[in-house]
Write a protein that binds this ligand. Structure first.
Ligand SMILES: [Zn+2]
Length: 669
């Protein structure tokens, strides 16, 4: 049944053939209304900015379900429609951002009403003025035109990058009939592969290349050849090495993406894309970010080397990149007498969700209840409402948690509906929470590893940021308008709860017996948190430095030097030596097609904020209501309505410090 009372998207009514036409109609209407507003010459908050917020809200409402479905139930028809829309959207955004009259109207609002506006309203106007400048509003017409063309081109290139990764991933599979080859693999992974083989009338097992399969093989397959094959498959996706004859090779696209970004930056007067990207972030310059990353590298590299030497000793052989996960898992099992896989039965997904909701209820006084009968695009999807203490609805979310074909890998939260209260009906925030966990097999629910549980908490943290906002203006509500390097604060903050002895009993119970995780295993699990934290840290630093350097050192004449930079960064910080065929960058969607370009450092940056924020909870008790309500009101509810540093200082009483993170990772001296 389809419900319309909340104005949720009606996914089942979205027809690829109508997507482009509907968007064109909406954009035409927006353009006409914008012209009316500017002609009326009424540059005031109420007469100009409120209708513009409405307009953008309407557009996001229309586009969000299309973009979402393209990511999670991709099809040739939808992909074509989606791609046809990207240049239209990009053109609209640029037209808006480069509109000189609109820019002046915002300046007038600030000049005439600045003193009367609330701090949030003023922030909205100041953000808009900054973005006008970043889009080259004051440039001569030919340069403005060039900027617009570049941004459109970039949207198309990035989309193509994603398609190549998806297609190359889908094209890979491994059919196995010899039991010896799958030795060590967890039973649910084997069962899933058996079902996949059966569906194709094949003997034995058929493995696709999704994250659960890839991780399971790299961690558990005793057969080194199989590990190497999966590793090769994964790290060569969408490259000239992937065995598809270059059909989905991203090499040229990556060069083009960097070249276009570099030109975008230079057209509006920045020395490179990284500096341009930092103009909207909490960090102030490439030099500051680089110093931050190198400081962390200095703190973690020696530890990472010790860990790797220890692992090599343990394995009693030289380790290839595809051996590290396997021996690390073995060492971890030996040291902690604990296997991630063996704990799966203690983390059935329904129990994890309930317990996680319970944590949010304890922290923020909300209540989370499932609602059935909501229109959806796939039977796996569930829907929940978040209610305030008085029973009124605060927000809602879709969850779509299982891996399947035609669904983008990874985990993420995205906006379905943004919060808006501009007079007239209030629209409450709705989120999508997406993961790629192993689907239920038969009557057994999906069973998670603890690290998947941590992923779930992470995305839910983003979700709470989006859904608990009290901000009324869509462009600064929830995660909107939040500096990108502060956006991972609520998500990484939330991860901490999945690592607490007070919380684990809430999120775990044996799938068959309902028994709690035994105390000894609980303690061992908690002990694993800092296991190889040095190696994990340098890995993140490798990604972050690579990203920062390719976006700050690009020179048109010299080309992008992607592989060269990657290998320089690796020799600077990494401890694992990857094989020559490694083309990891070719599927690095975060920075080539996602929003993390010149922003991958944000994870570490925000991890400092998150660990420091959580240390306040550790001081006062993790469910201390004074601390949690301060976090709620100073950070979660504020969205982008205030400066990230200011909000942090209000919550913590001082600026962020790096020590709590080092302590959390076991890297403190
Ligand atoms: Zn995140």
């Amino acid at each position: 049944m389809t419900t319309a009372i909340d104005d949720l998207p009606v996914f089942s009514a979205i027809k690829p053939t109508e997507v482009e036409g509907n968007l064109r109609t909406l954009l035409d209407a927006n353009r006409a209304e914008l012209e009316r507003l500017l002609t009326a010459n009424s540059a005031s908050w109420d007469a100009l900015i409120v209708p513009l917020e409405e307009m953008q809200h309407r557009l996001s409402r229309t586009w969000s379900p299309v973009g979402h479905m393209n990511g999670v139930v991709n099809s040739d028809e939808l992909r074509a429609a989606y791609n046809a829309c990207l240049p239209l959207l990009s053109a609209w955004n640029t037209d808006l951002a480069q509109n000189q009259r609109l820019y002046q109207a915002y300046e007038t609002v600030l000049k005439n009403e600045g003193a009367r506006l609330t701090a949030g309203q003023r922030k909205l106007v100041e953000n808009a003025l900054r973005d006008f400048r970043l889009a080259g509003v004051a440039l001569p017409p030919d340069k403005k035109q060039r900027y617009k063309a570049l941004v459109e081109q970039l949207a198309t290139l990035q989309s193509k990058f994603d398609e190549n990764v998806l297609d190359a991933t889908n094209a890979w599979s491994r059919h196995i009939t010899d039991t010896a080859e799958i030795e060590g693999l967890p039973a649910p992974i084997i069962e899933r592969a058996r079902v996949a083989a059966q569906a194709k009338q094949l003997e034995g097992w058929l493995f696709t290349l999704d994250a659960p399969n890839y991780q399971a093989v790299l961690m558990h397959a005793v057969n080194e050849t199989l590990r190497r094959e999966f590793y090769h498959g994964w790290v060569t996706r969408a490259s000239e090495e992937d065995g598809n004859g270059g059909r989905w090779d991203n090499s040229a696209l990556m060069d083009q993406i960097l070249a276009v970004r570099d030109e975008v930056a230079s057209v509006v007067g920045y020395p490179n894309y990284a500096e341009y990207s930092l103009a909207t972030k909490m960090a102030s310059s490439v030099a500051e970010v680089r110093a931050f990353l190198e400081q962390l590298a200095a703190k973690s590299r020696a530890v990472a080397h010790q860990e790797f030497a220890e692992l090599t000793r343990f394995a009693g052989r030289e380790l290839n990149a595809w051996d590290v996960g396997f021996y690390a898992e073995k060492l971890k099992r030996e040291r902690f007498d604990l296997s991630e896989e063996a704990l799966r039965p203690y983390f059935p997904l329904p129990r994890v969700l309930n317990g996680m909701f319970c944590v949010a209820e304890k922290l923020y006084g909300v209540q989370i209840v499932e609602r059935t009968g909501v229109d959806s695009y796939h039977p796996d999807v569930q829907f929940y409402d978040i209610l305030d203490a008085d029973g009124s609805r605060r927000g809602s979310f879709f969850v779509d948690l299982y891996a399947r074909g035609k669904k983008r890998g990874g985990a993420w939260m995205d906006e379905c509906v943004g919060r808006k209260r501009l007079g007239g009906a209030t629209s409450l925030p709705v989120a999508y929470l997406v993961c790629n966990f192993m689907p239920p097999v038969g009557s057994q629910p999906s069973l998670l590893t603890h690290s998947e549980v941590v992923t779930m908490f992470h995305e839910f943290g983003h979700g709470l940021h989006h859904m608990l906002t009290r901000v009324d203006y869509p462009s600064i509500a929830g995660i909107n308008g939040v500096a990108w390097d502060a956006v991972e604060l609520p998500s990484q903050f939330m991860e901490n709860f999945a690592w607490r002895a007070e919380v684990i009993p809430l999120i775990s119970a044996h799938v068959e017996t309902g028994a709690p995780l035994p105390e000894a295993e609980l303690q061992r699990l908690l002990g694993t948190r800092t296991f190889q934290a040095g190696m994990q840290t340098v890995r993140q630093l490798e990604f972050a430095l690579f990203d920062l350097r390719i976006h700050s050192e690009f020179e048109a004449a010299a080309g992008s030097k992607i592989m060269q930079t990657l290998s320089e960064v690796r020799s600077q910080v990494s401890v694992i030596k990857p094989p020559a065929f490694n083309r990891f960058a070719h599927s690095f969607q975060h920075i080539f097609s996602g929003g993390y370009a010149a922003g991958y450092y944000s994870y570490k940056w925000a991890e400092v904020l998150a660990a420091d924020a959580f240390s306040a909870f550790e001081e006062g008790g993790i469910f201390n209501s004074a601390v949690s309500s301060r976090f709620l009101t100073a950070i979660l509810e504020q969205g982008g309505s205030r400066d990230a540093m200011e909000a942090f200082v209000e919550f913590r009483g001082r600026k962020p410090q790096i020590e709590p993170l080092l302590k959390q990772l076991g890297l403190a001296a």
